[in-house]
Design a protein around this ligand. Structure first.
Ligand code: ZN
Length: 434
């Protein structure tokens, strides 16, 4: 039996930190997780396509984008059978501890890194203490290295306890792409869960603070708009062209003109655009990458529908055709107060936690809402909690880091919440008889 994970949280987190992999390319990461899960000894372990139906993935990448990461993982000595299992970018895993009568509880942690070049500055702890990212241009700049560590430590603690019930830990890939949760949510492992916990480190909450359940994450969709026109000689015969660049400019201009909505907050942004080939050619093709958000799923849908209309109309106005592709999306889902109460009560007793905030607005988006919504629609309860950490700079920046004390806090809050749910199951539902 290997050393309890509880005693090596820091070294485990640092090992994940050293080798970040971006969404749908977490080959080595998944294999490392599997290695640890096997050492823990669980009742069920599903990897990649056994954990979900690949057809349910969102933001799926082309093979040529995936392959270099697959090859890199192989060169790094990743288990060949596991690599085969994940071929095509089917990364991630689900582990189950099944111990008879009791509640069925899910825990979701995400596992992907980001395209951020990690700082080499000696004031940046990972650089100074020798665990800076070895993957050029990629970094665990959002704390998912801490999340994986929590997932394993919780699994280990519950598996070696007298817990009665079922614990399902989702090691979810591609959160940053908004791509992984949908596949997991559609899987057999979500069906029948009484409770679901998801957790994030930091998010501007300091070490020692715990938010028991967030509310108001924004519903979001990423879309690609491709506009096809007709090229022509810009000097001799511009009249023979259908200018895709011009159509895209019109679309961008009008995207920001989509009216606000009386029911609540909305967002729209065109974050990337490209078009054309040369200054003397009428552009034949243009692409823009945009996102829309809303305070509710309906509000997000509203902006999305308007953006599609704007894009198609702008294309038509210039004799072009627009293709509107939703790459990924996630709904809004709020934490259930009954579950928030349990987490808050437990967190208050965890050593090192000196402030418990019952609920806070999230202000961003998270695809965990797919899992939350699924569990809630099925009659279960869900909460997305935040374990505070003093991070020197914001998430997604080259000097982001987590205060490693929050590793322990997270494990304790999650393990104790699971045990408390086991004791209190079934939780009375406040909403039902009112
Ligand atoms: Zn994150």
């Amino acid at each position: 039996m290997s050393e309890p994970i509880r005693d090596r949280l820091v070294s485990l987190r640092r090992s994940f930190h050293r080798y970040p992999e971006p969404g749908w390319r977490e080959f080595h990461t998944t294999a490392r997780l599997v290695e640890e899960i096997r050492a823990i000894g669980v009742d069920e372990l599903a990897v990649g396509p056994d954990a979900y139906d690949p057809a349910d993935r969102m933001a799926v990448l082309d093979d040529e984008v995936i392959e270099p990461w697959f090859d890199r993982a192989r060169e790094r000595g990743t288990d060949a059978d596991l690599l085969d299992q994940m071929a095509g970018g089917n990364t991630g895993a689900v582990a189950v501890v099944d111990r008879g009568d009791g509640p069925s509880i899910g825990l979701r942690v995400d596992i992907d890194g980001l395209f951020v070049e990690e700082s080499t500055d000696e004031s940046h702890v990972p650089a100074d203490e020798g665990f800076r990212s070895e993957g050029d241009g990629t970094m665990h700049a959002c704390g998912h290295d801490a999340h994986m560590t929590w997932g394993l430590a919780v699994l280990d603690a519950i598996a070696s306890s007298d817990f009665a019930g079922r614990l399902v830990v989702f090691f979810q890939p591609a959160e940053e792409l908004g791509g992984g949760a949908h596949a997991m949510a559609e899987s057999e492992y979500v069906a029948g869960l009484d409770y679901l916990l998801a957790a994030h480190v930091g998010l501007d909450h300091p070490t020692g603070e715990v938010v028991a359940g967030i509310e108001k994450p924004l519903a979001m969709a990423h879309v690609d708009v491709t506009i096809e026109g007709t090229s022509a000689h810009a000097g001799k015969a511009p009249n023979e062209g259908d200018n895709a660049m011009h159509a895209m400019g019109t679309a961008i201009e009008n995207a920001y003109g989509i009216p606000r909505h009386g029911d609540g907050m909305t967002r729209v942004n065109v974050g990337r655009a490209e078009a054309g080939t040369a200054s003397n050619v009428v552009a034949e093709r243009a692409l823009m990458e945009a996102e829309v958000r809303g305070e509710t799923t309906e509000l997000m849908e509203y902006v999305k529908t308007r953006l599609e209309r704007v894009s198609r109309s702008a294309a038509r106005m210039h004799g072009c055709e627009a293709e509107f592709d939703v790459i990924s999306e996630c709904p809004r889902a709020d934490s259930d107060p009954e579950l928030v109460d349990v987490v808050a009560a437990v967190a208050g007793g965890v050593p090192g936690v000196d402030r418990v905030v019952p609920t806070a607005e999230f202000g961003a988006s998270e695809d965990a809402t797919f899992l939350m919504e699924c569990v809630q629609e099925d009659g279960g309860l869900a909460s997305y909690l935040i374990v505070g950490t003093d991070h020197p700079t914001s998430h997604h920046t080259p000097t982001f880091d987590v205060d490693e004390r929050s590793l322990e806090h997270g494990v304790d809050v999650l393990v104790e919440s699971i045990r408390e749910l086991e004791r209190r199951h079934p939780l009375p539902r406040g909403g039902e008889d009112q």
